[in-house]
Ligand binder design. Structure first.
Ligand SMILES: [Zn+2]
Length: 532
């Protein structure tokens, strides 16, 4: 009873929080029902090109059809995509560091692993140069490659970026295509990446355990982001001193600089890499799914608000605790389920929409955002008609929803609308609290951004130093890309429901706004929308 003696303003805020914090269109149960189907062992971890993913996709199509959405792919609801799959044959592959003419073999898995994300040349022999973060960022007058002789050499880099580069910018320049473009122009033929120990999502042992797993690239040569790269390797940070021996520098020194995001020295390493590789290469077909909910305004219905999520995951891999199915319940059955749920609810509630909504469920995300890259290149609607993309990838409803991280919060009008939608639910928003992890370029929204389309992604989050922070940290270490991202983990259904409510609200707002969302005048990403 004492509560009613509080100041009226405070009382008002308490009451509005109660009134608005109940999600009204969702209860979390239908969402979880979809997750249960998509992350079932029967779907075998939904690897791109697999039967498991095909089955999961046919469930998604059935649901969209039943909800009354219209097909908007090239083959009904589907948009088939061709891939090249590459798998390393380690028994016929080897690598060594050559110092003063003496070769010292690398133990694959232990010291380093090949990356089959690129079309590895059968033989490579080249001197090594340490290039810091390997970044050329003209906006910040920062260039790791300046003054170095890199022609015909393999660049060794530590992943990460210097602290004085804004996070969106550093994310952009660290994307595969942009980083490789700079290195290639400098004459580099290959890359050895050392994961920055201070920002590794998963431990080396788990990275190495799945190294035999196939990588994929889009079969369309026009979409090859690493053309000309002949050699690619990840080096275990715990073994990286071997690369720096005799250089006058230690890896410890480099790792310390990387931890604080300080500028790096650049220098030739007195060592060469010598490698022989054999790969199994095959063609694979998988599909994106595209469905639409038509708007009703005669002038605006030919423009689209896109809601996207990837449905593929990493399939069957090395067993951990006796389980070899990587179910991908949160990554990203959870996001796909939001799409199905929101689509069905909006159709059912006859919500009045001026613009049309486009639901894009992509394949090949785990292979390097490939399905969305293909869709952005060959959209099934007029490219300029897509006014925004809201992407959902592993939004992690594992704690009560109080804070939402909005990637791209300050970049476009969508950020303001996301803030308003969240605040209506009593949820605060924050920009990316961990820019080092590069989340902004690590999911499918990035391919829409590169086509000039304002986009954002939202994740359930935490306040720094709160107990929730530990829960998220533990989740990433133990469950992220592990078989335990399955249906046995604790999830918060109310958080999922509230999240869906925010997504629904944002979609409706964007669909009904006469003005299409714009990049902010100071946004780096505005450049992609130019020249249209
Ligand atoms: Zn993933």
């Amino acid at each position: 009873m004492i509560r009613y003696l509080l100041l009226p303003a405070l009382l008002f805020s308490v009451l509005t929080n109660i009134a608005f914090s109940q999600a009204t269109h969702f209860d979390g149960n239908t969402w979880w029902g979809h997750v249960k189907v998509l992350a079932d062992d029967k779907m075998e971890g939904r690897e791109t090109g697999s039967e498991g993913l095909k089955n999961a996709e046919s469930y998604v199509v059935d649901q969209l059809k039943a909800a009354g959405l219209q097909p908007a792919g090239t083959k009904g609801y589907y948009q088939p995509v061709k891939f090249v799959s590459r798998e390393i044959v380690e028994n016929d592959s080897s690598a060594a560091l050559v110092r003063n003419g003496k070769a010292q073999s690398l133990v694959l898995g232990e010291d380093a692993i090949f990356s089959t994300r690129v079309d590895l040349a059968p033989h490579t022999e080249a001197p090594l140069v340490f290039v810091g973060y390997g970044l050329n960022i003209p906006e910040n007058k920062y260039n790791d490659l300046a003054g170095l002789d890199l022609k015909g050499k393999v660049a060794v880099l530590l992943t990460g970026s210097p602290a004085d580069v804004p996070s969106a910018l550093s994310a952009h320049y660290q994307s595969t295509a942009v980083r490789w473009k700079a290195l290639r122009e400098a004459g580099v033929i290959g890359v050895i990446s050392i994961p920055n120990p201070s920002s590794m999502d998963i431990p080396w042992s788990r990275i190495a355990a799945n190294r035999a797993h196939p990588s994929m690239a889009l079969a369309d040569p026009k979409l090859d982001e690493t053309a000309g790269e002949k050699f690619a390797m990840y080096f275990n940070p715990a073994k990286a001193e071997a690369l720096f021996e005799g250089s006058g520098h230690t890896f410890q020194e480099i790792a310390d600089l990387g931890k604080d995001r300080k500028p790096m020295p650049h220098f030739e390493l007195p060592v060469s890499i010598k490698a022989t590789t054999k790969m199994n290469v095959k063609q694979v077909t998988s599909s994106n799914i595209v469905a639409k909910l038509p708007g009703s305004d005669p002038k605006m219905k030919d423009s689209y608000v896109v809601l996207s999520a990837h449905v593929d995951h990493v399939g069957i891999g090395q067993a951990i605790n006796g389980d070899k199915i990587y179910n991908g319940a949160m990554d990203n059955a959870s996001g796909t389920a939001v799409l199905m749920d929101v689509a069905a609810e909006l159709k059912k509630s006859h919500e009045k929409l001026k613009r049309s909504l486009l639901f894009v469920i992509v394949t090949g995300e785990e292979k390097g955002l490939l399905g969305s890259q293909y869709f952005a290149e060959y959209p099934t609607v007029e490219p300029k008609s897509m006014v925004a993309d809201i992407n959902i990838d592993m939004f992690l409803p594992i704690v009560p929803l109080k804070v939402l991280t909005v990637y791209g919060l300050a970049e476009s009008d969508l950020g303001d609308d996301a803030r308003a939608a969240a605040e209506k639910e009593g949820v605060r928003v924050q920009p990316d609290p961990q820019p080092l992890r590069n989340v902004f370029i690590r999911s499918d929204q990035y391919n829409f951004i590169k086509k000039g389309i304002p986009a954002l992604a939202m994740d359930v989050s935490f306040d720094p130093g709160s107990p929730e922070q530990e829960i998220f940290k533990k989740w990433r270490t133990d469950r992220y890309h592990a078989p335990s991202d399955d249906l046995q983990q604790p999830v918060d259904l109310q958080t999922a429901a509230k999240y869906e409510e925010i997504v629904r609200d944002l979609m409706i707002k964007t669909a009904n706004d006469d003005q299409r969302p714009q990049w902010k005048s100071d946004s780096f990403f505005r450049r992609y929308a130019g020249g249209e």
